[in-house]
Design a protein around this ligand. Structure first.
Ligand code: SF4
Length: 376
Protein backbone atom coordinates (compact mmCIF):
# COMPACT_ATOMS: atom_id res chain seq x y z
CA UNK A 1 0.00 0.00 0.00
CA UNK A 2 1.39 3.41 -0.91
CA UNK A 3 2.06 6.12 1.63
CA UNK A 4 -0.04 9.25 1.92
CA UNK A 5 0.38 12.48 3.90
CA UNK A 6 -2.72 14.50 4.78
CA UNK A 7 -2.72 18.29 5.12
CA UNK A 8 -5.72 20.07 6.68
CA UNK A 9 -5.88 23.85 6.24
CA UNK A 10 -7.78 25.82 8.88
CA UNK A 11 -7.90 29.32 7.35
CA UNK A 12 -8.90 31.50 10.30
CA UNK A 13 -6.65 33.73 12.43
CA UNK A 14 -7.56 36.04 15.30
CA UNK A 15 -5.61 38.74 13.46
CA UNK A 16 -3.69 38.94 10.22
CA UNK A 17 0.10 39.40 10.49
CA UNK A 18 1.46 42.08 8.13
CA UNK A 19 4.03 39.75 6.48
CA UNK A 20 1.64 36.83 5.87
CA UNK A 21 0.59 35.79 2.35
CA UNK A 22 -1.19 32.56 3.29
CA UNK A 23 -4.86 31.96 2.53
CA UNK A 24 -6.23 33.39 5.79
CA UNK A 25 -9.37 35.15 7.02
CA UNK A 26 -9.86 37.09 10.22
CA UNK A 27 -12.07 35.21 12.68
CA UNK A 28 -11.76 33.48 16.02
CA UNK A 29 -15.03 31.61 15.89
CA UNK A 30 -15.77 28.05 14.80
CA UNK A 31 -17.24 27.23 11.40
CA UNK A 32 -19.39 24.09 11.54
CA UNK A 33 -20.03 24.20 7.77
CA UNK A 34 -16.31 24.21 7.09
CA UNK A 35 -15.69 21.28 9.46
CA UNK A 36 -18.33 19.23 7.72
CA UNK A 37 -17.00 20.21 4.26
CA UNK A 38 -13.49 19.07 5.33
CA UNK A 39 -14.89 15.73 6.55
CA UNK A 40 -16.74 15.23 3.24
CA UNK A 41 -13.63 16.27 1.28
CA UNK A 42 -11.59 13.57 3.06
CA UNK A 43 -14.21 10.99 2.07
CA UNK A 44 -14.09 12.23 -1.52
CA UNK A 45 -10.31 11.84 -1.57
CA UNK A 46 -10.55 8.27 -0.30
CA UNK A 47 -12.50 7.38 -3.46
CA UNK A 48 -9.66 8.79 -5.59
CA UNK A 49 -6.60 7.48 -3.71
CA UNK A 50 -7.99 4.08 -2.71
CA UNK A 51 -6.49 2.40 0.37
CA UNK A 52 -3.29 4.08 1.52
CA UNK A 53 -0.98 4.08 4.47
CA UNK A 54 -1.18 7.49 6.21
CA UNK A 55 2.23 8.48 7.57
CA UNK A 56 1.41 12.03 8.69
CA UNK A 57 -1.50 14.38 9.32
CA UNK A 58 -0.76 18.07 9.57
CA UNK A 59 -3.18 20.74 10.81
CA UNK A 60 -1.87 23.99 9.33
CA UNK A 61 -3.27 27.40 8.63
CA UNK A 62 -4.25 29.91 9.48
CA UNK A 63 -4.38 29.14 13.15
CA UNK A 64 -5.56 25.56 13.74
CA UNK A 65 -5.10 26.09 17.49
CA UNK A 66 -8.46 27.90 17.23
CA UNK A 67 -10.01 24.45 16.60
CA UNK A 68 -11.42 22.53 19.55
CA UNK A 69 -9.96 19.22 20.71
CA UNK A 70 -13.29 17.65 19.74
CA UNK A 71 -13.07 18.90 16.13
CA UNK A 72 -9.49 17.69 15.70
CA UNK A 73 -10.45 14.31 17.19
CA UNK A 74 -13.34 14.06 14.70
CA UNK A 75 -11.06 14.73 11.72
CA UNK A 76 -8.34 12.34 12.91
CA UNK A 77 -10.92 9.60 13.52
CA UNK A 78 -12.38 10.17 10.06
CA UNK A 79 -8.92 9.73 8.51
CA UNK A 80 -8.33 6.60 10.62
CA UNK A 81 -11.56 5.07 9.28
CA UNK A 82 -10.91 6.01 5.65
CA UNK A 83 -7.28 4.86 5.36
CA UNK A 84 -4.77 2.89 7.46
CA UNK A 85 -2.92 4.98 10.00
CA UNK A 86 0.76 4.14 10.37
CA UNK A 87 1.56 3.05 13.95
CA UNK A 88 4.05 5.90 14.18
CA UNK A 89 1.94 8.40 12.22
CA UNK A 90 3.04 11.99 12.94
CA UNK A 91 -0.03 14.06 13.82
CA UNK A 92 0.97 17.70 14.09
CA UNK A 93 -0.84 20.93 14.79
CA UNK A 94 0.41 24.49 14.39
CA UNK A 95 -0.36 26.62 17.44
CA UNK A 96 -0.19 30.25 18.38
CA UNK A 97 1.50 30.89 21.78
CA UNK A 98 -1.40 33.24 22.63
CA UNK A 99 -3.74 30.21 22.51
CA UNK A 100 -1.72 28.22 25.07
CA UNK A 101 -4.17 26.52 27.38
CA UNK A 102 -3.40 23.43 29.44
CA UNK A 103 -6.83 21.78 29.22
CA UNK A 104 -7.19 22.60 25.51
CA UNK A 105 -3.77 21.20 24.67
CA UNK A 106 -4.37 18.09 26.73
CA UNK A 107 -7.53 17.62 24.68
CA UNK A 108 -5.39 17.81 21.50
CA UNK A 109 -3.07 15.18 22.95
CA UNK A 110 -6.04 12.92 23.76
CA UNK A 111 -7.31 13.48 20.20
CA UNK A 112 -4.00 12.02 18.93
CA UNK A 113 -1.85 15.10 18.27
CA UNK A 114 1.74 14.04 18.96
CA UNK A 115 3.61 17.06 17.67
CA UNK A 116 2.92 20.72 18.38
CA UNK A 117 4.48 23.40 16.22
CA UNK A 118 4.55 26.78 17.96
CA UNK A 119 4.64 30.07 16.05
CA UNK A 120 7.07 31.74 18.48
CA UNK A 121 8.89 33.88 15.82
CA UNK A 122 10.97 35.81 18.41
CA UNK A 123 11.29 36.39 22.14
CA UNK A 124 12.07 40.07 21.61
CA UNK A 125 8.93 42.09 22.41
CA UNK A 126 9.58 45.02 20.01
CA UNK A 127 10.13 42.52 17.17
CA UNK A 128 6.92 40.65 18.01
CA UNK A 129 5.06 43.95 17.99
CA UNK A 130 6.58 44.96 14.65
CA UNK A 131 5.66 41.54 13.21
CA UNK A 132 2.07 42.12 14.34
CA UNK A 133 2.00 39.10 16.65
CA UNK A 134 -0.49 38.91 19.49
CA UNK A 135 1.88 37.35 22.04
CA UNK A 136 4.97 38.57 23.87
CA UNK A 137 8.23 36.83 24.66
CA UNK A 138 7.12 35.71 28.13
CA UNK A 139 3.97 34.08 26.67
CA UNK A 140 6.07 32.30 24.04
CA UNK A 141 8.36 30.92 26.72
CA UNK A 142 5.44 29.78 28.86
CA UNK A 143 3.75 28.15 25.86
CA UNK A 144 6.92 26.22 24.97
CA UNK A 145 7.33 24.91 28.50
CA UNK A 146 3.68 23.86 28.60
CA UNK A 147 3.90 22.17 25.18
CA UNK A 148 6.99 20.20 26.21
CA UNK A 149 5.11 18.83 29.21
CA UNK A 150 2.22 17.57 27.03
CA UNK A 151 3.49 16.58 23.56
CA UNK A 152 6.24 14.07 22.71
CA UNK A 153 7.56 16.35 19.97
CA UNK A 154 7.61 20.15 20.02
CA UNK A 155 8.76 22.43 17.25
CA UNK A 156 9.07 26.21 17.21
CA UNK A 157 9.20 28.71 14.37
CA UNK A 158 11.67 31.55 14.50
CA UNK A 159 11.75 34.50 12.08
CA UNK A 160 15.00 36.34 11.48
CA UNK A 161 15.90 39.25 9.26
CA UNK A 162 13.37 41.79 10.57
CA UNK A 163 14.38 45.42 10.28
CA UNK A 164 16.57 46.48 13.20
CA UNK A 165 17.81 42.98 13.98
CA UNK A 166 21.57 42.71 14.37
CA UNK A 167 23.66 39.67 15.27
CA UNK A 168 23.38 40.41 19.01
CA UNK A 169 19.58 40.39 18.86
CA UNK A 170 19.62 37.20 16.79
CA UNK A 171 21.92 35.53 19.33
CA UNK A 172 19.58 36.60 22.14
CA UNK A 173 16.70 34.81 20.36
CA UNK A 174 18.87 31.76 19.73
CA UNK A 175 20.08 31.70 23.37
CA UNK A 176 16.52 31.68 24.59
CA UNK A 177 15.46 29.04 22.04
CA UNK A 178 18.34 26.74 22.98
CA UNK A 179 17.67 27.17 26.70
CA UNK A 180 14.07 26.04 26.13
CA UNK A 181 15.32 23.11 24.02
CA UNK A 182 12.45 22.36 21.63
CA UNK A 183 12.96 19.13 19.66
CA UNK A 184 12.81 20.97 16.35
CA UNK A 185 13.38 24.55 15.17
CA UNK A 186 12.24 26.06 11.87
CA UNK A 187 14.16 29.30 11.30
CA UNK A 188 12.74 31.33 8.42
CA UNK A 189 14.10 34.49 6.95
CA UNK A 190 11.56 37.32 6.76
CA UNK A 191 10.64 37.87 3.14
CA UNK A 192 8.42 40.63 1.83
CA UNK A 193 5.68 38.94 -0.17
CA UNK A 194 3.65 40.81 -2.78
CA UNK A 195 0.26 42.02 -1.62
CA UNK A 196 1.06 41.94 2.12
CA UNK A 197 0.87 44.93 4.48
CA UNK A 198 4.70 44.84 4.69
CA UNK A 199 4.91 45.03 0.90
CA UNK A 200 2.69 48.12 0.88
CA UNK A 201 4.79 49.66 3.68
CA UNK A 202 8.02 49.03 1.74
CA UNK A 203 6.45 50.67 -1.30
CA UNK A 204 5.78 53.73 0.88
CA UNK A 205 9.50 53.74 1.77
CA UNK A 206 9.29 52.06 5.19
CA UNK A 207 11.93 49.35 5.64
CA UNK A 208 10.67 46.12 7.14
CA UNK A 209 13.46 43.58 6.50
CA UNK A 210 17.25 43.68 6.78
CA UNK A 211 19.29 44.07 3.57
CA UNK A 212 20.65 41.04 1.67
CA UNK A 213 24.23 41.04 3.05
CA UNK A 214 22.95 41.17 6.59
CA UNK A 215 20.43 38.37 5.98
CA UNK A 216 23.22 36.08 4.68
CA UNK A 217 25.24 36.78 7.86
CA UNK A 218 22.19 36.08 10.02
CA UNK A 219 21.47 32.84 8.15
CA UNK A 220 25.05 31.65 8.70
CA UNK A 221 24.82 32.54 12.39
CA UNK A 222 21.59 30.51 12.72
CA UNK A 223 23.20 27.51 10.95
CA UNK A 224 26.32 27.52 13.06
CA UNK A 225 24.65 28.10 16.45
CA UNK A 226 21.98 25.42 15.95
CA UNK A 227 24.30 22.79 14.49
CA UNK A 228 26.89 23.41 17.22
CA UNK A 229 24.13 22.87 19.76
CA UNK A 230 23.50 19.39 18.27
CA UNK A 231 20.56 20.11 15.95
CA UNK A 232 20.79 18.50 12.54
CA UNK A 233 20.40 20.99 9.65
CA UNK A 234 18.31 18.51 7.69
CA UNK A 235 16.67 21.11 5.46
CA UNK A 236 17.55 24.65 4.40
CA UNK A 237 15.38 26.20 7.18
CA UNK A 238 14.83 23.26 9.51
CA UNK A 239 16.86 21.86 12.40
CA UNK A 240 16.04 18.81 14.47
CA UNK A 241 17.17 16.59 17.27
CA UNK A 242 17.55 12.96 16.12
CA UNK A 243 14.14 11.37 15.35
CA UNK A 244 12.36 14.73 15.34
CA UNK A 245 12.47 15.62 11.62
CA UNK A 246 9.09 16.78 10.34
CA UNK A 247 7.83 13.64 8.66
CA UNK A 248 5.03 15.60 7.01
CA UNK A 249 7.27 18.24 5.46
CA UNK A 250 9.62 15.52 4.29
CA UNK A 251 6.76 14.09 2.23
CA UNK A 252 6.76 17.42 0.32
CA UNK A 253 10.53 17.60 -0.06
CA UNK A 254 10.90 13.94 -1.08
CA UNK A 255 8.16 14.26 -3.70
CA UNK A 256 5.78 11.80 -2.00
CA UNK A 257 1.98 11.93 -2.31
CA UNK A 258 -0.08 14.24 -0.11
CA UNK A 259 -3.64 15.45 -0.20
CA UNK A 260 -4.64 18.95 0.88
CA UNK A 261 -8.09 19.56 2.33
CA UNK A 262 -9.51 22.89 3.51
CA UNK A 263 -9.68 26.22 1.65
CA UNK A 264 -6.71 26.88 -0.63
CA UNK A 265 -4.88 23.68 0.38
CA UNK A 266 -2.44 22.20 -2.13
CA UNK A 267 -1.77 18.53 -2.84
CA UNK A 268 0.21 16.19 -5.10
CA UNK A 269 -1.13 12.81 -6.08
CA UNK A 270 0.33 10.13 -8.35
CA UNK A 271 -2.20 7.94 -10.14
CA UNK A 272 -1.20 5.38 -12.80
CA UNK A 273 2.27 6.97 -13.07
CA UNK A 274 0.74 10.39 -13.71
CA UNK A 275 1.36 13.21 -11.21
CA UNK A 276 -1.41 15.70 -10.40
CA UNK A 277 -1.19 19.07 -8.68
CA UNK A 278 -4.31 19.89 -6.71
CA UNK A 279 -5.46 23.18 -5.24
CA UNK A 280 -8.68 23.69 -3.31
CA UNK A 281 -11.03 26.67 -3.75
CA UNK A 282 -9.73 29.60 -1.70
CA UNK A 283 -12.74 31.06 0.08
CA UNK A 284 -14.35 28.86 2.76
CA UNK A 285 -17.85 29.18 1.21
CA UNK A 286 -16.55 28.42 -2.33
CA UNK A 287 -14.61 25.48 -0.95
CA UNK A 288 -17.68 24.03 0.80
CA UNK A 289 -19.73 24.52 -2.41
CA UNK A 290 -17.01 22.77 -4.46
CA UNK A 291 -16.99 19.79 -2.09
CA UNK A 292 -20.77 19.57 -2.35
CA UNK A 293 -20.78 19.74 -6.16
CA UNK A 294 -17.71 17.60 -6.96
CA UNK A 295 -17.05 15.38 -3.94
CA UNK A 296 -13.66 17.05 -3.28
CA UNK A 297 -12.72 20.71 -2.72
CA UNK A 298 -9.91 20.83 -5.28
CA UNK A 299 -9.28 20.83 -9.00
CA UNK A 300 -6.75 18.26 -10.26
CA UNK A 301 -4.25 19.49 -12.87
CA UNK A 302 -1.91 16.97 -14.52
CA UNK A 303 1.76 17.96 -14.18
CA UNK A 304 3.94 17.51 -17.26
CA UNK A 305 6.94 15.18 -16.70
CA UNK A 306 9.22 18.23 -17.01
CA UNK A 307 7.30 20.21 -14.35
CA UNK A 308 7.27 17.15 -12.10
CA UNK A 309 11.05 16.77 -12.53
CA UNK A 310 11.67 20.49 -11.91
CA UNK A 311 9.66 20.28 -8.71
CA UNK A 312 11.62 17.20 -7.63
CA UNK A 313 14.89 19.14 -8.03
CA UNK A 314 13.64 22.35 -6.38
CA UNK A 315 12.27 20.49 -3.33
CA UNK A 316 14.94 17.78 -3.12
CA UNK A 317 17.92 20.15 -3.05
CA UNK A 318 16.48 21.74 0.09
CA UNK A 319 17.14 18.59 2.14
CA UNK A 320 20.34 16.90 3.16
CA UNK A 321 19.42 13.71 1.25
CA UNK A 322 19.59 15.64 -2.05
CA UNK A 323 18.23 14.16 -5.27
CA UNK A 324 18.77 11.02 -7.27
CA UNK A 325 19.83 11.67 -10.86
CA UNK A 326 18.29 8.40 -12.02
CA UNK A 327 14.95 9.29 -10.40
CA UNK A 328 15.02 12.62 -12.25
CA UNK A 329 15.65 10.71 -15.47
CA UNK A 330 12.87 8.27 -14.67
CA UNK A 331 10.40 11.14 -14.13
CA UNK A 332 11.34 13.34 -17.09
CA UNK A 333 12.91 10.95 -19.60
CA UNK A 334 15.83 13.42 -19.83
CA UNK A 335 19.00 14.22 -17.95
CA UNK A 336 20.07 17.15 -15.80
CA UNK A 337 22.79 19.27 -17.40
CA UNK A 338 26.02 17.41 -16.51
CA UNK A 339 28.27 20.38 -17.42
CA UNK A 340 26.34 22.58 -15.00
CA UNK A 341 26.57 19.89 -12.29
CA UNK A 342 30.38 19.73 -12.75
CA UNK A 343 30.69 23.55 -12.66
CA UNK A 344 28.58 23.81 -9.48
CA UNK A 345 30.62 21.00 -7.93
CA UNK A 346 33.84 22.79 -8.81
CA UNK A 347 32.59 26.08 -7.33
CA UNK A 348 31.67 24.28 -4.09
CA UNK A 349 27.87 24.71 -4.40
CA UNK A 350 27.02 21.05 -5.03
CA UNK A 351 28.37 17.72 -3.80
CA UNK A 352 28.01 14.55 -5.88
CA UNK A 353 28.15 11.02 -4.55
CA UNK A 354 27.37 8.37 -7.16
CA UNK A 355 23.79 8.91 -8.28
CA UNK A 356 23.08 11.62 -5.67
CA UNK A 357 23.66 15.37 -5.81
CA UNK A 358 23.09 17.67 -2.84
CA UNK A 359 23.57 21.33 -2.02
CA UNK A 360 26.61 22.15 0.15
CA UNK A 361 26.34 24.78 2.95
CA UNK A 362 27.71 27.29 0.40
CA UNK A 363 25.09 26.18 -2.13
CA UNK A 364 22.27 26.48 0.43
CA UNK A 365 23.05 30.18 0.79
CA UNK A 366 22.20 30.76 -2.88
CA UNK A 367 19.93 27.80 -3.49
CA UNK A 368 17.59 29.59 -5.89
CA UNK A 369 20.49 30.43 -8.17
CA UNK A 370 21.83 26.87 -7.97
CA UNK A 371 18.49 25.31 -8.95
CA UNK A 372 17.98 27.89 -11.70
CA UNK A 373 21.34 26.94 -13.23
CA UNK A 374 20.52 23.24 -13.10
CA UNK A 375 17.10 23.68 -14.64
CA UNK A 376 17.90 26.06 -17.52
S1 SF4 B 1 -0.97 33.75 12.57
FE1 SF4 B 1 0.25 32.73 10.96
S2 SF4 B 1 -1.24 32.23 9.34
FE2 SF4 B 1 -2.24 33.73 10.71
S3 SF4 B 1 -1.84 35.71 9.74
FE3 SF4 B 1 -0.19 35.39 11.24
S4 SF4 B 1 1.45 34.39 10.06
FE4 SF4 B 1 -0.43 34.24 8.82
Amino acid sequence: MENLAVYIHWPYCARICPYCDFNVYKSRGGDADLISAILDDLTGWRDITGPRHVTSIHFGGGTPSLLSGENTAQMIENIRQLWTLDKTCEIALEANPADADKAGWQAYRTAGINRLSLGVQSFHDPALKALGRDHDGAQAEKALRLAKGIFPSVSMDLIFGWHGQDEALLHADLDKSLALAPHHISAYQLTIEPGTAFDRAEQRGETKAVHDDMSAALYEAVQSRLTQAGYEAYEISNYAEPNHHSRHNKAYWLGEDYIGVGPGAHGRITEDKERFATVAAMRPSDYAAHVKAHGIGAEMEPLSPQNWGDEYVIMGLRIQEGISLSRYEHITGGRLNSEEISALKKSGHLAKDGDTIKATPKGRLVLNRVTEKLLT
